[in-house]
Design a protein around this ligand. Structure first.
Ligand code: SF4
Length: 331
């Protein structure tokens, strides 16, 4: 059976002029363009052989529209051949807000790009400056509006726990991403990798990394905003990798998304419970969400027992929409 998946293609930044304090990308120079195109074709061919019915080729790795224009166009032209041949449905890119303008969008539109993800990170200029992002919130707003005007699918990526960022700044960022027309989002709690400016700031006491509990709670607050406003959450947290789990500080847990969704289920169940000491709590959630509702190592079920004195907490999967909850309390 064929499945719908994106084909991720990592595009390293060649000589990126920016200096984001959290950036752990190696500054690569002298990329072999021909080899890069061959790798792109190999990656796509392999995915097609594996009978993925691809929806999009996804160029990830930071700032696709900030790379050399000739390189960007040759990558797009190569990917577009698969779109024209009907083998994939579109192309997705991720980039910075200050590298979006009408000329760039014309190029993307004419070569089959369907979705653009923007690294908005924060709408607080104070946070953007402290993070060395090199763009302002106004760049993000303008870029979002232009992307929507051109009819692309818009993804807004945001970060939680950046330098000087408060929980209120992050809620404002989530709301702004919705206001600016995003169809989807990714939430990344900040991770402090070695060899980054943020690592030095942490060692010097200029930055306090997020604790795991704070990262989960603040990501859950933002995810709640997106779910309430109908914006699809594509991902919470970086992909699990050796580099992630060996990072010295910040949100290094390899399953942040699962933890955040568990926290949201806990909050939703909590809001439904009234006077229940000594009784049994039966929780009904979508089939796919049983472990999230119960929590890692049954953290949520223990919470309900300890907080409300339930003698038993059971979670059942049913045919319900995502992120919905029903409860029943019995003697
Ligand atoms: S995260 Fe910032 S510094 Fe790193 S490659 Fe992207 S734009 Fe450049």
């Amino acid at each position: 059976m064929k499945t719908h998946r994106n084909i991720p293609v990592f595009i390293p930044q060649e000589g990126c002029p920016n200096a984001c304090v959290f950036c752990s990308q190696k500054k690569i120079t002298g990329i072999d363009r021909r080899a890069e195109l061959n790798t792109l074709k190999d990656t796509v061919e392999k995915a097609l052989e594996n009978r993925w019915q691809e929806s999009e080729i996804a160029f990830f790795g930071g700032s696709f529209t900030a790379i050399d224009k000739a390189r960007m166009i040759s990558l797009l032209d190569t990917a577009y051949e698969y779109v024209c041949a009907g083998k994939i449905n579109g192309i997705r890119i991720s980039t910075r807000p200050d590298y979006i303008d009408e000329t760039v969008l014309e190029i993307l539109k004419s070569r089959g790009v369907t979705a653009i993800e923007l690294g908005i990170q924060s709408v607080s200029d104070k946070v953007l400056t402290a993070s060395g992002r090199g763009h302002t919130s106004k760049h993000s707003e303008n870029a979002c509006k232009l992307i929507k005007k051109y009819g692309f699918r818009l993804g807004g990526q945001m970060m939680v726990g950046l330098p000087l960022s408060t929980a209120e700044d992050e809620l404002a960022t989530a709301q702004a991403i919705c206001d600016w027309g995003a169809d989807e989002t990714r939430i990344y709690p900040t991770v402090v990798f070695e060899d980054t400016a943020l690592y030095n700031m942490t060692l010097q006491g200029e930055y306090e990394p997020l604790s795991l509990d704070d990262a989960v709670s603040r990501c859950a607050d933002c995810m709640d905003v997106f779910l309430t406003r109908g914006v699809k959450v594509l991902r919470v947290g970086l992909h699990a990798s050796e580099q992630l789990v060996s990072a010295p500080y910040g949100a290094t847990h390899p399953a942040m998304g699962e933890l955040v969704e568990s926290e949201l289920y806990r909050r939703r169940i909590d809001s439904l419970i009234q006077g229940s000491r000594g009784k049994k709590l039966l929780v009904y959630v979508p089939f796919s969400a049983c472990s999230k509702a119960a929590g890692q190592h049954r953290k949520n079920t223990e919470y309900f027992k300890n907080t409300y004195g339930f003698s038993q907490v059971s979670v059942y999967g049913t045919d319900m929409p995502e992120h919905t909850v029903r409860i029943h309390i019995e003697d």
